[in-house]
Design a protein. Structure first.
Length: 114
């Protein structure tokens, strides 16, 4: 059974930083492209960053230049480094495979507020 566990969220002031982690079990994170998604209250879940099997990264325009996705194959973990956070980044953040989507984890709450 494939399981994804997100962690690293919290409350941060505007301009601050957080590093999210997505630990996978049951499937290796390099077998498919991996993405970080977020869902704000009252909004649909959106893809904010993904990393391909070959390590190419892509970002939504709203986070480009501020967020960085990376992958540690040895730890079977994907990360999302978030800098220069804005209140509009407030959401629950999830990770998942892009093609071979599995059950969503609980996500990790990110709140950006002064």
């Amino acid at each position: 059974q494939v399981q994804l566990v997100e962690s690293g969220g919290g409350l941060v002031q505007p301009g601050g930083s957080l590093r999210l982690s997505c630990a996978a079990s049951g499937r290796h994170v390099s077998i498919d492209a991996m993405g970080w998604y977020r869902q704000a209250p009252g909004k649909e879940r959106e893809l904010v960053a993904h990393i391909t099997r070959g390590g190419i990264t892509n970002y939504a325009d709203s986070v480009k230049g501020r967020f960085t996705i990376s992958r540690d194959n040895a730890k079977n973990t994907v990360y999302l480094q978030m800098n220069s956070l804005k209140p509009e980044d407030t959401a629950v953040y999830y990770c998942n495979f892009l093609s071979m989507i599995v059950s969503w984890g609980q996500g990790t709450q990110v709140t950006v507020s002064s």
